[in-house]
Write a new protein. Structure first.
Length: 148
């Protein structure tokens, strides 16, 4: 499943970039993320607790920053996580781009998401809706973190 999400954060691109590339710090802005720890060069391990429809997921996995281009304001990341209780997981490739906007910086996230096992039974509309809800809350949290 491929989808694109966008939000605008009322802060300069440089400042936003610095926070977004600090994975443990930016993870505190993602709803449902627990502790995130470095496990290697640009690789991090953590967990996400999220409710999708009537089911509560407990995903444990890794995110790896594969490319960072500050001059082009883009980054590529790979995320892999599993929910052992439900017997399913996700595999995602994300392309993050920061664009100048009148009121700050527009964040564009292009995602190629594979949903595996029982989790995939939710269907694309429910998963896409949950992703949009998470992005809205993430954008609010990010704006608040950068307002300090």
């Amino acid at each position: 499943m491929n989808f694109t999400q966008e939000c605008t954060i009322p802060v300069a691109r440089e400042r936003l970039w610095d926070l977004l590339m600090d994975v443990p710090a930016v993870s505190r802005c993602v709803p449902g993320i627990g502790t995130v720890e470095a496990v290697g060069d640009n690789a991090y391990r953590g967990g996400l607790e999220v409710k999708v429809g009537p089911i509560r997921l407990s995903l444990q996995g890794t995110i790896t920053v594969e490319e960072q281009d500050r001059t082009g304001w883009s980054a590529r990341m790979r995320a892999e996580a599993n929910d052992r209780r439900l017997g399913g997981g996700i595999r995602a490739r994300l392309h993050l781009t920061l664009l100048a906007a009148d009121a700050g910086t527009r964040v564009r996230i292009d995602t190629d998401l594979a949903v595996l096992g029982k989790i995939g039974e939710f269907g694309q509309p429910i998963i896409r809706n949950k992703a949009d809800t998470l992005l809205e809350e993430f954008a609010r949290n990010l704006g608040a973190a950068l307002a300090v």
